[in-house]
Design a protein around this ligand. Structure first.
Ligand SMILES: C[S@@+](CC[C@H](N)C(=O)[O-])C[C@H]1O[C@@H](n2cnc3c(N)ncnc32)[C@H](O)[C@@H]1O
Ligand code: SF4
Length: 401
């Protein structure tokens, strides 16, 4: 996760550069249920409106929470599927809050209504993230449900009215990129606290539909818009969190933006970016799926590390016998191609390794989602096989739907 707004604030109020430090335990994104009332085109969890047998019971969840606490996990993001379809979601949320976790709810927002907003507010979630993948029909098409946008907006407004911190989560592909400017306006107009920009990752239905991924130039334009919007709001005294996920080259792209716009701060920002350290999958971010299987992050459901029913999470997470986990935890990671040759590997840490693995079979190959030019990563034209002399759009393989 890359926090743009933190770096924009550094342009105003620089803070001391400290060595890179890992938090005590990983942030855990927990898919408590796989059932969902939507079937979004890009969904990594391949959720649908049906029962998925064998999910963790309330008692299982509580037992795992005790272990997570003992392992000093600071944050739980309760997700799915659609987490509001779990009748015990409030009970789980309340217990997590009582135990001192920072607790987020990751919802599609369509099921938040007058009937359950009281229970959502009473649970005391620190943050509710609602997905909006465009405006109106764009969102409905992406999420494959007419009326989804209107329902999610109702959910967002109900949360806002109760004083709950709300964020919009947007996954960009070539299909919905045109709605980004309007979404950013909506975030300001509706007083939404946070905007999470998610790059498409090649997992689940997102892998099946990876041909829809944004072209590199589309991504570059989107990042320019995000940086400028964040800066503009900051200068107007409007404090919002702008965050990106699934592509840590964003940090390097920000550095080049700062070099152009505020060259006097470039060295400082570089130091802060190295302190951040890029992709944290398998290190500071963990995932538990609906069946209790642990993964290096949500996009690695095809790599099981162990089940919390059989072994404590703390044990599974510390076990380096899985070569993927061992490789993710290495610092610096051993990468090939453009990522291996990149001058800024200390900033992005090779980004998400999922796309490389899905395209080439090798999780340590270059990330095909890296949208930086050869010049921007400091390699000479032609020096690395597959390198790009200028930024050319990446055209992902088209697979049958
Ligand atoms: C799996 S959903 C679960 C929570 C809830 N149902 C929702 O849609 O917000 C969590 C988040 O992951 C995003 N997401 C799903 N598949 C993705 C993919 N392949 N790449 C990037 N983001 C993805 C969704 O858009 C959503 O914001
Ligand atoms: S992305 Fe969320 S709303 Fe869409 S199908 Fe997946 S779990 Fe459901």
């Amino acid at each position: 996760m890359f926090r743009i707004s933190q770096f924009i604030r550094e342009l105003d109020r620089p803070t001391a550069i400290a060595p890179h430090r890992n938090p005590p335990g990983p942030v855990v994104i927990w898919n408590l249920i796989r059932r969902c009332n939507l079937t979004c085109k890009h969904c990594y969890s391949i959720s649908a409106d049906k029962d998925f047998p064998g999910e963790l019971s309330t008692a299982d969840v509580f037992r795992v929470m005790d272990d997570l606490k003992a392992f000093r996990v600071p944050v739980l993001i309760l997700s799915g599927g659609e987490p509001l379809l779990r009748p015990d979601i409030y009970e789980i949320g309340r217990r997590a809050k009582e135990m001192g976790f920072y607790v987020g709810l990751s919802s599609n927002g369509t099921l938040i209504d007058e009937h359950n907003i009281g229970a959502i507010a009473d649970t005391g979630f620190d943050y509710v993230g609602v997905s909006l993948d465009g405006i109106g029909a764009t969102h409905d098409k992406f999420r494959r449900l007419d009326g989804a946008f209107a329902a999610s907006m109702t959910g967002i407004r109900l949360c806002r009215a109760r004083g709950i911190k709300v964020g919009v989560r947007y996954t960009m592909t070539e299909d919905n990129a045109h709605d980004l400017p309007a979404l950013l306006r909506l975030v300001e107009d509706e007083g939404i606290d946070k905007f999470y920009f998610s790059h498409l990752n090649y997992a689940g239905r997102g892998n099946k539909h990876r041909a829809d991924d944004a072209r590199h130039q589309t991504t570059r334009d989107a990042m320019d818009l995000l940086f400028e919007t964040c800066l503009d709001l900051h200068r107007r005294g409007i404090d919002k969190d702008f965050v990106t996920g699934n592509n840590d080259s964003d940090g390097v792209y920000l550095l080049h933006w700062v070099e152009r716009r505020f060259p006097e701060y470039a060295e400082h920002i570089r130091g802060k970016l190295v302190q951040w350290g890029g992709n944290a999958s398998g290190v500071n971010v963990a995932n538990i799926d609906n069946l209790g299987v642990v993964h290096p992050d949500t996009m690695w459901w095809h790599v099981p590390l162990g089940n919390v029913r059989e072994r404590p999470f703390s044990e599974i997470w510390s076990d380096l016998s899985n070569p993927l986990m061992a490789g993710l935890k290495r610092h610096p990671r051993l990468l090939s191609g453009r990522c291996g040759a990149c001058r800024h590997l200390d900033i992005c840490n090779g980004s998400s390794r999922v796309r490389a693995q899905q395209i080439t079979g090798d999780p340590w190959a270059e990330d095909p989602g890296c949208y930086l030019s050869d010049d921007e990563i400091g390699v000479e034209a032609g020096a690395v096989p597959g390198a790009r002399v200028v930024t050319t759009p990446f055209v992902p393989l088209r697979r049958s739907a």
